[in-house]
Each structure stands twice: as structure tokens, then as C-alpha cells.
Design a protein. Sequence first.
Length: 275
Amino acid sequence: MQQVMELPNEGETAALEPVYCFPHTLRDVYTHYCPGCTHGTIHRLVAEVIDELGIRERTLMVAPVGCAVFAYEYFNLDSCEAAHGRAPAMATGLKRVLPDRVVFTYQGDGDLASIGTNEIIHAAARGEQITVIFANNAVYGMTGGQMAPTSLIGQVTSSSPAGRNPASQGYPVHIPEMLATMPGVAYAVRRSLHSVAEIRKTKKAIRQAFQTQLDGLGLSIVEILSSCPTNWRLDPTASLDFIRDQMVPVFPLGDFKVGGREEGRKGGREDKMTG
């Protein structure tokens, strides 16, 4: 028997139950990010997780130089700015002085995987109780699209106009795989934003990363494959295809360490651009 929804009588208003609300942890402001940039998507996911865990009032964010620096404009929580690459060091100081706070860094690949490599490696070696949200778009997004440590082999950038050559410019750096080998790291994974299904998986990973800190298990990091249509010279839709077709084969998605256990790489890896 079919169930028929009863409509309100004339003059009455149907009671509607909200199923989705703007996160309290985000400010209701216009975005300045380039069209198709997925920094805003990551902001939304992080904000939703913080709301759902009920930790906004005791959460501190640290973001350094790069496109990540604009995160202060959007998150409705206490935050501070670190020097370029030094977010893990500042987060370490905050967490040690205020151990009851939830502390996370928001960093790009030009920051974390280049000038800040020393900081993230030693924070991981010490097992600092912080969470790292690592946006990887394989390029220096803020300063003109130069080659980053995560740029793909053959990728054309403003500083590698002939494409990245491993003989002279090395290979892409794989951060979570490297950190997963360290005893102080409790959670190290890679996710992506190139589809709705992957966005949902990314949110679950962010939640698990924060829960890892709440449980006092060690450093947690989520690398997120993100888009940069402006510097890739692609439209927003093609940028998502670039993540799926070019970045994922080089940076395989998966769990590399969960709860202190090294999980191993999910899927194969090709250190070259395909297609």
C-alpha cells in the first residue's frame, strides 16, 4: 500500500526538519579561492568533523605561508600563523603547553613537503599529539605555479617548462608512506577529492585523524589530493580528472598506518605521468 504524504491545509506551514546546516566552525563569508580550487572543500570537511566531535571551543589551528594561510579567513576558531614550514613546530609548542586542546595544522605541499620537511619529520619522530591536514596539489599554488616536491614526473610548471626531469629535479616525495615508518605516528593515510565518493572517504579519514589525537595515540596525518586549476591551466572539471588520472597513479590512495599498525600501500605506484 502506497503511503501518501499529507499536505498542510491552506494557511498552515509544513514543519521541515533540516537535514544539512552550515558548519558552526566555518565563517559565513565569500571565498577568495580560484574557481575549482578544492581548498574550500577541505575547509568544509574539517569544519563538519570539528562540529560533529563537539570540539570547536578547544581546537587550535596553525597554518603557515602559502594558499593555506587564508584558512584563518574561514575557520571560526582560535588560530595562529606560523613561519613558512614551521606549523608542526608551533603546533608542538601549543599542544605541550595546552595539552587539553585539540591542535591541528593546515598545510600545502610547497610548505610541508619542501621548506617544512624537517619540521614534520621530527614532529613525527617525537610522536607529537597533533593532527596534520596536508593538501597536495603538486604545485606551488600561491607564488606562480612553480614545481613542488610533489610535482609529477613530466609535469610542466613555471619552473619546469620542459616537464619535471628526475635526472636533474628528482622524484615526487611521498609523505604519509615515509611517516608511516616512524613509531611516533599513529595514523597516516592519503585521500582525494576528485569524486563524491572520495570526498566522503576523505571526511571519514579526517574524523579518524582527530579521534587519534583525542585518544592520545600519536601524530596523525591525512594527505589530500587537491586541485589547482589556475596553475594547472585546466578548467575545474578537467582538474578533477587530472587528480584521478594523473595524480592517483603516482600517489596511491589508502591507509599506510592506522592505530600504530603499518598497513602497507594500497594499490601500485607509477612515478610518471600517464596518458
